[in-house]
Design a binder for this molecule. Structure first.
Ligand code: FAD
Ligand code: NA
Length: 389
């Protein structure tokens, strides 16, 4: 093998490491991915019948306040001026999210000022009279009061966790943002937007380099291929971004994840819901939200004859499902600590990314964390001979 570095996984973490290693450190890099495409969960492609760009693993919105990350990604793509907004359909009425003064006034049929609304919600949140919340329901009430909590949060979260709200621990929410103004921008970050030519064009530019070789449909645990765990061991430094428990053959147990099911439909109409994301927070609707992809790119001249929607359902992941969101039970946290020790002791292998660290990371966090790994681990190793650990 004439690679200086093997990167397992071509999600944004792996792509960033590979790009910096080739361009900045001058290394020959092999990137493998067991899927048929690069980009990990942020991958998108044109839907076959309509040409509308769909995000294959759930809607992805880029946003960041990290200037280094923003400058870095702008080397590979421009971003549109798309501003993400979310609405929610409760009992057949549509409200803006996250809960803001518009939501409150619409819900209570009122015209409260910011201070009146603040006082109302504080009174409603005082229902528990200072008693320590014992479960998720009590916690939610203590944060935003029963009426808003039951309408917009309680069943939505219960659907995400497929669990009766009374049975969910208080710890899954620590805060519920309420905005006492009419700002309904979903993200608070300095920069946001969608890649002008789509996610895949962005990712392809990151690995468009003579010192980077990408091998798709290639599993690190398939010993029949030359860049496997068995073949690489001790031969070449590895940055591994797959599941950390799988790397160690689950010796400290399986870490729990939630997954989502996406049900795609092409409808013979121009516009289904008038916006990109509509939440469904009621118990009697089985899905959590519907995405309509044309609305992510209002600047494009997509067909007017059809539109693509995706209904999203949430559930616990089983073997073979895509792991999406860490569950983080006490057992998961204990397992993770054991895996961190094993990972540290594994010489010549660095663990990174969402799956390699069992941590939900937004795209900008995955990129920022990969840039730090290059600074703090790879550069000292390749330029000064520091141990890779
Ligand atoms: P991944 O993208 O998961 O990439 C890991 C790669 O490793 C995969 O391609 C996988 O096939 C590969 N791999 C795993 N095991 C092996 C193996 N044995 N051999 C070879 N290859 C292997 N972020 C945002 O900023 N905005 C959003 O709106 C947003 N929405 C999201 C919605 C969902 C449903 C999810 C799950 C995530 C969302 N994210 C969003 C997060 C974003 O997807 C992550 O930041 C990104 O996936 C992290 O990149 P990564 O490289 O760590 O992991
Ligand atoms: Na290590």
């Amino acid at each position: 093998m004439n690679a200086d570095l093997l990167v397992v996984g071509s999600g944004l973490f792996g792509l960033t490491v590979a790009e910096r290693a080739a361009n900045d450190l001058g290394l020959n890099v092999v990137v493998i991915d067991r899927r048929h495409h690069i980009g990990g969960n942020a991958y998108s492609e044109p839907e076959a019948q309509t040409g509308i760009e769909v995000h294959r693993y759930g809607a992805h919105l880029f946003h960041t306040s990290n200037e280094r990350v923003w400058n870095y990604v702008n080397q590979f793509t421009g971003f549109t001026n798309y501003v993400h907004k979310v609405y929610t359909n409760h009992h057949g009425i549509v409200y803006p999210m996250p809960v803001n003064l518009h939501t409150i006034n619409q819900f209570f049929n009122a015209a409260y000022s910011p201070s009146e609304a603040r006082q109302l919600i504080a009174e409603q949140a005082a229902e528990l009279e200072g008693k320590e919340p014992e479960n998720f329901v009590e916690k939610g009430i203590s944060l935003i009061g029963r009426p808003l909590y039951e309408a917009f949060i309680m069943h939505y979260t219960a659907k995400q966790w497929q669990t009766d709200p009374e049975q969910l621990p208080a710890s899954i929410i620590s805060r519920l943002p309420v905005r006492y103004n009419y700002d309904n921008r979903y993200f608070n970050d300095t920069w946001e937007g969608l890649p002008v030519d789509g996610y895949t064009a962005w990712f392809e530019r990151m690995v468009d380099h003579p010192r980077i070789e990408v091998k798709l449909d290639t599993d690190f645990f398939d010993d029949a291929q030359p860049f496997s765990k068995g073949a690489a061991a001790g031969q070449v430094p590895v940055v591994y971004t797959g599941p950390v428990d799988r790397y160690f053959d689950f010796e400290a147990g399986e870490l729990g994840w939630r997954t989502i099911d996406l049900e795609e439909e092409v409808l013979p109409i121009e516009d289904f819901q008038g916006t990109s994301v509509m939440n469904y927070p009621d118990a009697d609707v089985p899905y959590t939200r519907i995405h309509e992809f044309r609305h992510f790119h209002p600047e494009r001249s997509y067909t007017k004859d059809a539109t693509v929607i995706m209904r999203e359902y949430s559930r616990f992941a089983e073997k073979g499902d895509e792991p999406y969101y860490p569950i983080n039970t006490d057992a998961d946290r204990a397992g993770l600590l054991a895996y961190r020790d094993l990972a540290r002791a594994e010489s010549n292998v660095l663990f990174g990314g969402r799956l390699g660290t069992y941590k939900y990371l937004d795209m900008h966090m995955a990129i920022g964390s990969a840039l730090s790994m290059v600074d703090n681990k790879l550069r000292p190793h390749f330029t000064e001979g520091a141990r890779l650990e």
